[in-house]
Design a protein around this ligand. Structure first.
Ligand SMILES: Cc1cc2nc3c(=O)[nH]c(=O)nc-3n(C[C@H](O)[C@H](O)[C@H](O)COP(=O)(O)O)c2cc1C
Length: 189
């Protein structure tokens, strides 16, 4: 799939069909995730692949999001901030979060390119996820991703994004219209 097509196709999908994704495709997406920029090239992110149906159901309950139960494979992004904290002190937290975001987007784009769908889940009870998966206290749960093939009857598309027109500034905060942004059509990216 062409790069721009992948970017435009990625969407939060909350309806999965019954076909189970091949774990190899998920591992390839994790490999892509691992190629994201990382502060000091540290190995901060760890991934838990969950295929056990009972665990997936418990994770859905810990998130209070019923649709997660449709998924047959789920990836939990975790971060181990210890090394970053020892090097970057009070900047470590933001570095870890920024790295997690970069790693997640690589992951989602690769999932999309593989013909799979996913949804970024950020709302859950951390302690419950920890208990279900045996995650220790010093490890942060960054996000949960149910993965599946989009249900055939469901035509979810990426949501319409608000134009960048009002939010791109030139040279200083709030300085707009230096360049006629309207000339750059979204279809052209
Ligand atoms: C940090 C973060 C947390 C999110 N948490 C949830 C969530 O708990 N449940 C959910 O259904 N979607 C969640 N989403 C997905 C957003 O709702 C979705 O990305 C947004 O509506 C834009 O739609 P799109 O991804 O299709 O472009 C989350 C997204 C982000 C970035």
């Amino acid at each position: 799939m062409e790069f721009n097509e992948v970017i435009k196709k990625r969407a939060s999908v909350r309806n999965y069909g019954t076909k189970k994704p091949d774990v190899e495709l998920v591992i390839k997406a994790i490999e892509s995730s691992n190629l994201a920029p990382s502060p000091g090239n540290l190995n901060i992110i760890k991934w838990i692949i969950v295929e056990d149906k009972q665990k997936i159901e418990k994770i859905a309950e810990a998130s209070q999001q019923e649709f997660i139960k449709q998924s047959q494979i789920l990836v939990v992004f975790c971060s181990d901030p210890k090394k970053a904290e020892s090097i970057y002190d009070d900047r470590a937290d933001r570095y870890v979060k920024q790295h997690a975001g970069a790693a997640i987007e690589n992951f989602l784009l690769k999932i999309t390119e593989s013909g799979l769908s996913a949804c970024w889940i950020g709302a859950y009870v951390d302690e419950s996820i920890r208990a279900i998966l045996g995650i220790p206290e010093n490890i942060e749960v960054e996000a949960v991703f149910p993965i599946g093939y989009q249900a055939k009857l469901c035509k979810t598309k990426q949501k319409q994004k608000v134009s960048i027109f009002e939010r791109v500034f030139f040279e200083k905060w709030n300085n707009k219209y230096h360049f006629p942004l309207e000339k750059v059509r979204r279809e052209d990216i």
